[in-house]
Design a protein around this ligand. Structure first.
Ligand code: BDP
Length: 579
């Protein structure tokens, strides 16, 4: 049966739909949108019953329902994370028709979604027409929607590798790779595991589905600017062999593995037992036209800028980023704080059971997706929640303990902006992450107060919790090309002077218990419209088109100075290079 869909518009995937057309109602649309396309699959996928056909959606914002040939195959709550459905059986039912994939996506945010939001109907008929409503949110980025990451069809044999977990360690010169392989669809199977170095040489192997591989003369995974050869990745090749009365099955997967450890003391963050200082950025998945859609040229450009800047880390503010970005971090040695979409949890009703249950499920999905990336060194379960509210204590205790149980090897945090004395969740975090905007959201124009206020902030938090602290956000808006001396707000000079004042205090405290500084933000980004934003947030040190403002050069000088002082420069910096 062939169905004709009604009037349609062209919509690229991956991309947010908001900025693609000239239609203002689509830009700010709230509700269901429908994507559809037909694909022809190879005959063998249909005739060979030993093949599983899987439909994988990298991410769709926010709630998705998926049909294949008109039959619902899955639904998923939450943007930012992938979901799958096995569709082989369905395709086999009507082998003569093409495979029609339909995905309905709804971007509505409620008190129990992550991020939360609320729909407000405006009932004053003298001001608003019947049915008029708005989507309220408590976060500062545009609620881009659509299918943001690739949609793929892939196959595995009926007996297949379902999951792999790798945890690494080392003793002296020997690397330890603790692994466990999960197999589905086979009553019994043999597994062959081979660990290869970058030259393709086998360095360890095993025939067990779980165990510990020992690597002599190990090459550890080091962050960028901490070692001459950062981001060293072994390849863990896993071959599965299974058979039943009908056939034999072979599945194979190659997982990049970086051997490294992470530990936290009262005053330090240790990678491979050496102190690591985060000098990095906060980012957004955000760009002209594609919104939050994955875009390879943009990804590679951003990594070039990060390395140019001398940054060694970033936080995936305020939601999980595309897996392709994490793979780039692994390869380049860029350290990540991996954040859940728990941003803007401000309403007390968003601390209830329904919200917590969903938040726990999102952490399950996030850890399952990202656990094997060496670049991920810490989980952040939320950004600036109303952690002073009484229910925050139980909420964060449960959430953080759950995350630690999922992954005992990494520290867990949430990023706070609240007063240290009233924060209910901070006792449970491993590292204190604080955001502050002195001389911006209060005492505007008074950069001379930064030093005193920032010093008080650090002493208060450390005094109360005795845990290492990351300044997880600081910054100021600068409209590119606007200048004033002496500096005034929104000029490039003001952004610079705010940063300089923060840096002076960081330099005193980083010798004690401050373990990092992450600028807000790497680049300008789109927000909802409002009187505090001029076509988006302008706290980027790069423009949205990735051109440097004056602050980018200031930060570049600082980060390379820090790298020279605390790290080891990569080999290529010793030779003429296009920096
Ligand atoms: C912080 C938020 C961040 C905002 C930033 C700002 O964590 O999402 O964009 O403020 O206002 O509090 O620029």
């Amino acid at each position: 049966m062939f169905c004709q869909t009604g009037p349609v518009i062209d919509m690229p995937v991956p991309a947010s739909y908001n900025d693609i057309t000239q239609d203002p109602t689509l830009r700010d649309f709230i509700g269901w949108v429908w994507y559809e396309r037909e694909v022809t699959v190879p005959d063998r996928w249909i005739t060979d019953e030993g093949i599983r056909v899987v439909l994988r959606v990298g991410s769709a914002h926010y709630y998705s329902v998926v049909w294949v040939n008109g039959v619902k195959v899955t639904e998923h709550e939450g943007g930012h994370l992938p979901f799958e459905a096995e569709i082989g059986t369905l395709l086999r039912k009507e082998p003569t028709i093409p495979c029609r994939i339909t995905i309905a996506v709804n971007n509505t945010l409620t008190l129990h979604t992550l991020p939360p939001g609320s729909i407000q109907y405006m009932n004053d008929r003298t001001m608003y027409p019947d049915g008029f409503f708005v989507q309220n949110t408590n976060f500062d980025f545009y609620n881009y929607a659509g299918i943001h990451r690739p949609v793929l069809l892939y196959t595995t044999p009926k007996a297949y590798l379902d999951d792999i977990t790798v945890v690494t360690d080392f003793m002296d010169n020997t690397g330890l790779v603790r692994y466990s392989v999960s197999v589905q669809g086979a009553a019994s199977a043999t597994v062959k595991v081979t660990l290869m170095d970058t030259g393709g040489h086998c360095v360890a192997s095993s025939n067990e589905p779980s165990g510990v591989l020992k690597v002599a003369d190990v090459n550890l995974w080091w962050p960028y600017l901490m070692h001459e050869n950062p981001g060293y990745l072994y390849s863990l090749e896993i071959r599965l062999m299974a058979a039943d009365e009908r056939s034999t099955y072979e599945d194979v997967y190659a997982l990049p593995v970086g051997i490294r450890t992470v530990n936290v003391t009262r005053t330090q963050f240790l990678i491979n037992n050496k102190p690591f200082y985060f000098h990095g950025v906060n980012k957004h998945e955000d760009a002209d036209i594609r919104g939050k859609g994955l875009d390879w040229p943009l990804v590679v450009k951003d990594f070039n800028l990060i390395k140019w800047l001398g940054a060694n880390s970033f936080r995936t503010s305020h939601y999980p980023y595309a897996e392709e970005i994490l793979q780039m971090c692994d390869r380049h040695g860029i350290v990540l704080i991996d954040e859940s979409p728990g941003v803007g949890i401000k309403d007390i009703r968003s601390f209830g059971n329904a919200s917590l249950t969903h938040h726990l499920a999102v952490m399950d999905e996030l850890v399952r997706r990202d656990k094997n990336h060496p670049s991920v060194v810490m989980w952040s379960v939320a950004n600036e929640p109303a952690s002073e509210m009484p229910p925050a204590e139980n909420y964060f205790k449960t959430l953080i303990l759950h995350t630690k149980a999922l992954d005992p090897t990494r520290p867990v945090t949430y990023v706070t902006a609240s007063n240290y004395a009233r924060d209910k969740g901070a006792p449970f975090v491993d590292v204190i992450c604080v955001n502050s905007y002195f001389s911006w959201y209060h005492d505007p124009g008074h950069v001379e107060l930064i030093s005193l206020q920032l010093n008080t902030q650090f002493e208060d938090w450390y005094g109360k919790y005795k845990k290492p602290i990351i300044q997880s956000e600081y910054g100021a808006d600068a409209v590119p090309g606007i200048h004033n001396d002496p500096p005034v707000m929104f000029t490039e000079e003001y952004q610079k002077v705010v940063l300089q004042n923060y840096h002076n205090v960081f330099d005193q405290k980083r010798k004690k218990y401050v373990i990092g500084e992450l600028i807000w933000n790497f680049a300008d980004f789109m927000t909802t419209q409002g009187i505090a934003r001029v076509v988006g947030n302008k706290k980027g040190i790069f423009t949205r088109q990735r051109q440097p403002k004056a602050a980018a050069f200031l930060l570049k000088e600082r980060y390379w100075k820090l790298a020279n002082e605390t790290g080891t420069l990569p080999l290529w910096t010793k030779y003429p290079c296009p920096l």
